[in-house]
Design a protein around this ligand. Structure first.
Ligand code: GTP
Length: 372
């Protein structure tokens, strides 16, 4: 979209306040992605070769929004160390840090002093999406809403809060997870606010935008507009989704302006070694300096920098942390291996197993079958 005429933030004269600013919430602890998030904030985990947040910031930039505030808390310094003033991405980046996490609503309120535009687009920092940001902003302007919420349709809305709308697209309710959802529309984690609405969020305490701010606005009869689209969407908050999102980026199923080429079945970084006979499929990523042994099979695997997968090991839909090692013929499926962990030969780790950083499991130490 960068090369197209239309942008969310129309051209402005030098020195004038921007018409649209972005806020990205990146202060969560990412507990569902532990142990990976013990050493790095979730938005900075490597995803198809880049910190996840780089994909999102590039998307914001491609929509023509160049003034971005990051609402940080947990491991705040990591963001500033990596992105600095944002010039490398063609944006102006500022950081506002919560000493104690203020929640999603509190995090938005906490950056108010940095907001000068009338139109503020707020992004959850862990959503991989192909939605056109400019379209969401247009819906906001044409509907005249107080807040516009990006909504996506999902196959099984029971795991999410669902958001019904009326014939005019106006949000009518926010429903917590329910076994019998009346709609398949869910909150996609991108919102456009009128600045005055942010001023109304209580300051100085933890506030949830989803559970407190939006329901209160509806109770008060305010106008929340839904913007529904059918583009790619995935919340990267769980290991399962992180693995899928990463693979989708590699295979070009998920769009990202930060990726100039897609890679097909696998992405192997410079300095990684892949032995003859190893099989890499399903959008597998092999990080810098990682080593993949002969006859290893990696399917939808995310191998962080410096990890070692020895001969004949199998990794399916799993994440292997920085510098971790899998011994010969180990089997790892739907699992997270923490940084520096060592998994012995022929171990089997399946179905949601999580190995904490530095843990060592001896050869044959964990198995689901009785043959050795
Ligand atoms: P889990 O602990 O696994 O639920 O992850 P999380 O802490 O990231 O929470 P969640 O996925 O619900 O957060 C959605 C987005 O809001 C993420 O991008 C978080 O970084 C961000 N976020 C969550 N809580 C806070 C907070 O207290 N302050 C700020 N600034 N951002 C937050």
């Amino acid at each position: 979209m960068a090369s197209e005429e239309r942008t969310a933030d129309a051209p402005r004269t030098e020195g004038a306040a921007p018409k649209v600013q972005a806020v990205v919430l990146v202060g969560g602890k990412g507990t569902r992605l532990r142990p990976l998030t013990l050493s790095a904030p979730k938005p900075m985990l490597p995803t198809a070769g880049l910190p996840f947040l780089t994909h999102l910031l590039s998307r914001i930039r491609a929509a023509g929004i160049t003034d971005v505030v990051l609402g940080t808390s947990f491991q705040a310094q990591v963001f500033a160390d990596h992105y600095g003033d944002g010039a490398d991405l063609g944006i102006s980046l500022r950081y506002v840090t919560e000493e104690e996490p203020l929640g999603t609503g509190g995090g938005i309120r906490n950056v108010l002093d940095h907001l000068t535009a009338d139109t503020i687009v707020v992004f959850n920092g862990d959503v991989l999406s192909g939605a056109d940001v400019g379209d969401v902003v247009n819906t906001h302007h044409t509907s005249g809403a107080d807040v516009t919420m990006h909504l996506v349709r999902v196959g099984d809305p029971r795991a999410f809060g669902c958001v019904p709308t009326d014939d005019a697209g106006r949000v009518t309710a926010f429903l917590e997870k329910t076994q019998d959802p009346p709609t398949d529309q869910i909150n996609a984690g991108t919102y456009v606010f009128r600045r005055e609405v942010i001023e109304e969020i209580p300051a100085g305490r933890a506030v949830s935008v989803e559970r407190e701010v939006f329901p209160q606005l509806l109770t008060d009869g305010r106008h929340i507009q839904g913007h529904v689209d059918y583009s790619y969407w995935r919340d990267m908050g769980t290991p399962e989704d992180f693995v899928r999102g990463s693979a989708d980026l590699v295979r070009g199923i998920a769009p990202s302006p930060a990726l100039t080429t897609t890679h097909g079945e696998s992405l192997v970084h410079d300095g990684a070694g892949v032995a003859p006979g190893a099989v890499l499929v399903g959008g597998t990523v092999v990080g810098r300096g990682a080593e993949i042994g002969p006859r290893a099979r990696l399917d939808g695997a995310v191998i962080f920098d410096g990890a070692v997968i020895e001969a004949g090991a199998v990794v399916e839909r799993s994440i292997v942390g920085f510098g971790a090692r899998l011994g010969p013929r180990a089997l790892v499926r739907d699992t997270v291996i923490g940084d520096g962990a060592e998994i012995g030969a022929r171990c089997e780790l399946l179905r949601g197993a999580r190995v904490w950083p530095g843990v060592q499991i001896p050869d044959n130490g964990v198995r689901f079958s009785t043959d050795v």
